[in-house]
Design a protein around this ligand. Sequence first.
Ligand code: FES
Length: 146
Amino acid sequence: MSVSADGRRNLVQWLLGGGLAASIVSFRYPALKFMNPPEVPEAAVNEASVGKAAGFKANAGKIVKFGSRPVLLIRVDETEWRAFSATCTHLNCTVQYQETSRQIWCACHNGYYDLNGRVVSGPPPRPLDEYTVHVRGEEVVVARRA
Ligand code: FES
């Protein structure tokens, strides 16, 4: 049995086409996997120790880590503390404490929140999520609200 020249040409073209497709997939697949990593469930964190009270000055804010999330910890005065999610409710920028206005400010679109996390002005659609702050001895602990 003999194979015609056209048959051989078609077979070679088919093999080359398959190799090219395999090459494209082998280059693109890792890149696509890198850009879309699998969802990893976050370990539940209910409280986090964030440092010594003496390390925080009054009328100042600091971003601390609560699990993998940023939390804005504010020492209002010597005895009063507040903590909020540091993620703006508008488009997820990180908020910061403004000492002069004594408000929480989002630089992305000039959103302002008060010291209860409520929206004062700007585009944020809802208040910041609030956390509880405990001072245990010298240690400052941020906890999820019940
Ligand atoms: S992301 Fe904060 S005001 Fe737009």
